[in-house]
Design a protein around this ligand. Structure first.
Ligand SMILES: *Cc1c(COP(=O)(O)O)cnc(C)c1O
Length: 361
């Protein structure tokens, strides 16, 4: 079976060395040595000022909303993973969807402006499939209307905008380190916070609101990453350049065959950003073609993913809104398998099956 992604597992020997150290120290959680080491290494690798590791990316979003004391309405993208919206509703906020740009698949800043009301407190865009948002237009809007910005950077590991980590944009950026993501810690995530005062507050928030004297000083929750997860992260981080390099090979292979194919549309990349090759989304001519392609690939034990489907404005717990572009794209998009261990001959098979479907449809 070939799935859309396959978790990268480092050499077991390397992980076991960390396990020995954890067993010896008996310090398995509570801001341990490996969590701190991974934070320091990620600060350097990503090029950010402050980072806080947490249990998962969804919790990172929830904590970001609480830390910035959001209320009322939050303008967000209808084209993202369900967690971007569900976390808002979970925290008692009302998502208001601004439709996406059909080329970049990211929230359209021009549409954001039309959705701003007296109740709006924040904008929550997603860098979809690692493609950087129009961060400058969004920053301008946030200043003009005095709104907070929280970026869902779940896919944005290693992405730079004009040679500066894109995670440095917004009041807070979050990232996910789930096993299915480009870089992972089994389960995990992080908050990236430029403002030092806010960083110090969130540092307490993720640990029951306790300060360095063990006194409760703010409202907090338990969102800590543990040492086993951090150790996995340290192992994966050591191999990350090779992981990205191998993904690029697959990416380039798909690209060679699909870039000039008149029956598919590919995501338009932000020209000021690099790429991390985390996903390979393809937009087909119609939902009918998508279904034909899925069936054909399934016959050959290849399982792509309808990422993201459906459009989030169709979730049962939100007020439906008008996002025609997101709904259209969601109905026609597929993410092709791309991961470190995928072999070129397997991508060749995938491409041939897809090209056959397109020709005969
Ligand atoms: C994976 C993902 C999340 C959630 O991250 P978890 O670590 O799985 O909780 C949030 N937003 C997007 C866009 C994602 O892809």
């Amino acid at each position: 079976m070939i799935y859309v992604t396959k978790t990268y597992l480092p050499e077991m020997k390397k992980y076991i060395e960390y396990l020995h150290k954890i067993y010896n120290s008996k310090w398995i959680t509570n801001n341990g040595e490996f969590v701190r080491e991974l934070e320091n290494k990620l600060i350097k690798y990503l090029g950010v000022k402050n980072i806080l590791l947490v249990a998962n990316g969804t919790l990172a979003l929830q904590i970001a909303y609480k830390a910035l004391e959001l209320s009322g309405e939050v303008i967000t993208t209808p084209f993202s993973f369900v967690a971007t919206t569900s976390s808002l509703v979970w925290e008692g906020l009302t998502p208001v969807f601004a439709d996406i740009d059909s080329d970049t698949l990211n929230i359209d800043p021009k549409i954001i402006e039309n959705k701003i009301s007296k109740q709006t407190s924040c904008i929550v865009p997603t860098h979809v499939f690692g493609n950087g948002c129009d961060v400058e237009s969004i920053e301008k809007l946030s200043k003009q209307y005095n709104l907070k910005v929280i970026y869902d950077g779940a896919h944005a590991f290693g992405i730079q905008y004009k040679n500066n980590s894109i995670l440095n944009y917004g009041d807070i950026s979050i990232i996910s380190f789930h096993a299915t993501k480009l870089f992972h810690t089994i389960e995990g995530g992080a908050l990236i916070i430029n403002n030092d005062t806010l960083y110090e507050k969130v540092k307490m928030m993720i640990n029951f609101g306790l300060n360095s004297n063990d006194e409760v000083s703010v409202l907090g929750i338990n969102a800590k990453m543990n040492e086993f997860e951090a150790a996995m992260g340290l192992c994966v981080l050591e191999d990350i350049d090779r992981i990205i390099e191998n993904r690029k090979k697959i990416y380039d292979y798909y690209m060679d065959y699909l870039v000039n194919c008149s029956h598919v549309k590919l995501q338009k990349h932000n020209e000021f950003c690099n790429m991390n090759y985390g996903y390979f989304p393809v937009v087909f001519d119609s939902e009918e073609v998508v279904k034909i392609v899925i069936d054909k690939l399934k016959d050959h034990q290849i399982i792509p993913r309808r990422y993201f489907y459906p459009s989030l404005d169709k979730l049962p717990y939100v007020k439906s809104s008008d996002s025609p572009i997101s709904n259209d794209i969601a109905s026609r998009i597929l993410c092709l398998p791309i991961y470190e261990a995928l072999e070129l001959k397997e991508s060749e098979r995938i491409i041939n099956l897809i090209l056959n479907c397109i020709k005969s449809s």
